[in-house]
Design a binder for this molecule. Structure first.
Ligand code: FDP
Length: 347
């Protein structure tokens, strides 16, 4: 029996160094992220009993209430990268400004955009939460050290991924057009390869959205939900699954297919989710796994941010569902059948 288990570190050395320009540095960054996330996971396991339960007080740059763990997780990232020589710049949901690691910059060639604690409203109910990350090359041009350094499309990301703190702790990363998943063995304290070469199904059976906002959405989204609910007339009906933590909802879509959507609405034309450290990294993974991500008009990966914390509508998941919704938004619902899923005719 072959009981050899590939560790994340072994995998990074093999995959990232081989397939990514600057691979050694990128592999080291991803390994350091994994270490930071193991520390965060350990704290999460204790949080009900410890001093980090509850709200910190105050609001973040998004005007959202800050949980103590939002703040803690951000500090863990800063601590793990300061002095590492791996990153020049950090851009976090929890920091209004770009954060420079000046002493590291001469050696470092990359910038990290991250959401250290995604879905933190789940923390008080022992629900799943996550961390999202995106690695870009630092600019050596005139924008170096300025926020404009990351005002580039998501196609410029060299690696992206997330950690899901659920019943199991999973790390999923993508580089060079491949996506791989790892599960933490808590007894050993190491991530082991559990989901090699993840491919998102061409279509699924579930959709994920905060339906309480349905009345304020573009009618095209309402039409998708109406048609694909039981009795709606479409050949395919979907079940609704909504965890309320983007990482957890996306993870399900990545493995099982279907679609997650967080549209804009009249009061929030760009929706809620942030481009640089939520939508773009997950779009990078979705496309690498054979899925798609759009804002309803354009690929998420082609959107160019004009601020560190800009938001974007997000439709992400299997190609069939994303193209169906894009078709409804464009007023060309007849375009749906034009997409033929490779696993057989899209129903
Ligand atoms: P949270 O505010 O709890 O951090 O990005 C933030 C996020 O969660 C996502 O993880 C989640 O998908 C979304 O907001 C949930 O928003 P709604 O409460 O509007 O459904």
């Amino acid at each position: 029996m072959d009981d050899h288990r590939l560790t994340l570190t072994q995998h990074l050395l093999r995959e990232v160094e081989e397939h990514t320009p600057g691979g050694g540095a990128v592999a080291s960054i991803l390994a350091q992220i994994a270490t930071a996330c193991k520390e965060i996971r350990a704290e999460l396991a204790e949080v009900g009993l410890g001093s980090l339960a509850g709200m910190k007080g105050g609001v973040n740059v998004q005007g959202e209430a800050v949980h103590k763990l939002d703040w803690y997780a951000n500090e863990v990232f800063v601590k793990h990268f300061r002095g590492s020589g791996l990153l020049c710049t950090l851009i976090s949901e929890e920091m209004e400004e770009i954060y420079h690691l000046d002493d590291d910059c001469p050696r470092a060639a990359h910038t990290l955009c991250y959401d250290p604690m995604d879905g933190s409203s789940n923390l008080d109910v022992d629900g799943a939460v996550g961390t999202i990350f995106s690695v870009r090359r630092k600019s050596d041009g005139p924008t170096h050290g300025q926020p404009e350094e990351v005002f580039e499309p998501g196609t410029e990301q060299v690696a992206a991924g997330y950690v899901l703190y659920g019943p199991q702790c999973m790390l999923v990363y993508g580089v060079g057009g491949n996506v791989h998943g790892f599960t933490l063995d808590t007894a050993v304290g190491e991530f082991f390869l559990s989901h090699p070469n993840i491919r998102m199904p061409d279509y699924g059976q579930e959709y994920s959205a905060n339906l309480s906002r349905l009345g304020a959405w573009d009618p095209a989204f309402r039409e998708f939900v109406r048609r694909h609910s039981h009795g709606g007339g479409a050949d395919r009906t979907y079940s609704l699954r909504y965890i309320g933590a983007l990482v957890a909802d996306f993870h399900r879509v990545l493995l099982r297919g279907g679609v997650f959507l967080y549209p804009g609405d009249a009061g929030n034309p760009n929706g809620k989710l942030r481009l640089l450290y939520e939508a773009a990294p997950l779009a990078f993974l979705a496309e690498a796994a054979g899925g798609a991500a759009s804002d309803g008009r354009e690929r998420i990966l082609e959107l160019v941010p004009d601020g560190l914390h800009v938001r974007t509508p997000l439709i992400i998941g299997s190609r069939y569902e994303v193209s169906t919704i894009d078709g409804l938004l464009a007023g060309t619902p007849g375009s749906e059948p034009a997409f033929t899923a490779s696993k057989g005719a899209a129903p």
